[in-house]
Design a protein around this ligand. Structure first.
Ligand SMILES: [Zn+2]
Length: 299
């Protein structure tokens, strides 16, 4: 689980920056920029029409800016949504079902909880709501805004993995200068900034690398297999930092092993590309009747 600030203070990590909760805005905006390019004309028009009804001013009103709305919402006092941003699949006992609190039944709209739920389940719930004709306009708007963010979050490897260390929030890094950053925040933001400083330009650059074969492959499966894949990236790349499990207040900051940053940048770029392709897939299926899995197939 990701820590509250109070919990971090209690564990003696007060010197660390306020914990981050998902790709920083750069990663989310790059993912939304990739997704937007893959939307069908029908789906793109519906996305824009739904977002145009939103009176919320906590982020910019367009699709790319709205990809960060769920973080702004949580920060604005909606802690009951905090668990929805990740799924703590444990390195020493990978069990998606228990990491998802046994997939609790929503009682009413998905935006109303329960608070103990995981990003995998919330993506499935909000995608179903976005597609369902009976969903109210208010819930449809929320479903879209959560999806714009949560499909991205589950592709951040440390949002789909945990080493009893709050998804790497307890692992302090020493980067050879005065900065203090933890492993989770480094993956949220530092590694993305190292790929490019302008999120929309980064999205365009990464999208240009995606081959048709990759796009076809990445469109298979669903949130559960995508989270399992993200977990595998955490195990094979992010956690090669070699930190012991758990949160201890006296652990010394760890330097990045040789070659770690280059591998992390390559893995993050692929995860951002996958997230963009899959966000478009989720939105196209929900909003474009020609793409819906239930649509009659052309002979
Ligand atoms: Zn998030």
């Amino acid at each position: 689980m990701r820590p509250s600030l109070a919990a971090l203070l209690a564990t003696g990590l007060a010197a660390a920056p306020v914990p981050a909760f998902g790709w920083g805005y750069e990663g989310h905006e790059a993912i939304a920029a990739i997704a937007r390019a893959y939307l069908t004309d029908t789906a793109r028009a519906k996305v824009d029409a739904i977002l145009a009804t939103d009176p919320d001013t906590s982020t910019g009103p367009d699709m790319i800016a709205r990809s960060t709305w769920a973080d702004a919402w949580r920060s604005a006092g909606h802690r009951e949504t905090a668990e929805w941003h990740f799924v703590d699949i444990e390195l020493d006992h990978p069990d998606l079902r228990s990491a998802c609190f046994d997939y609790p039944e929503a009682q009413g709209p998905a935006s109303a909880g329960p608070s103990d739920d995981c990003v995998v389940d919330k993506v499935e719930e909000f995608a179903a709501e976005l597609a369902a004709p009976q969903t109210t306009a208010a819930e449809r708007l929320l479903a879209l805004k959560y999806l714009l963010h949560f499909v991205g979050d589950l592709h951040q490897p440390l949002h789909s993995a945990d080493n009893h260390d709050k998804g790497g929030n307890c692992v302090l890094l020493s980067l050879g200068d005065a900065r203090t950053v933890n492993l989770h925040a480094w993956w949220d933001t530092s590694v993305v900034k190292a790929l490019g400083s302008d999120p929309v330009a980064l999205g365009a650059e990464l999208r240009a690398r995606i081959t048709p074969a990759q796009k076809t492959t990445w469109q298979r499966g669903g949130p559960q297999s995508w989270a399992t894949e993200s977990f595998a990236v955490a195990r094979s790349v992010a956690y090669t930092i070699g930190s012991p499990p758990g949160c201890t207040s006296d652990s010394a900051p760890r330097p990045l092993p040789s070659g770690y940053e280059a591998e992390a940048k390559a893995a993050a770029a692929i995860q951002i590309e996958r997230a963009g392709v899959r966000l478009a897939l989720v939105l196209n299926r929900a909003l474009d009747p020609a793409i819906s899995p239930n649509a009659p197939q052309k002979p």
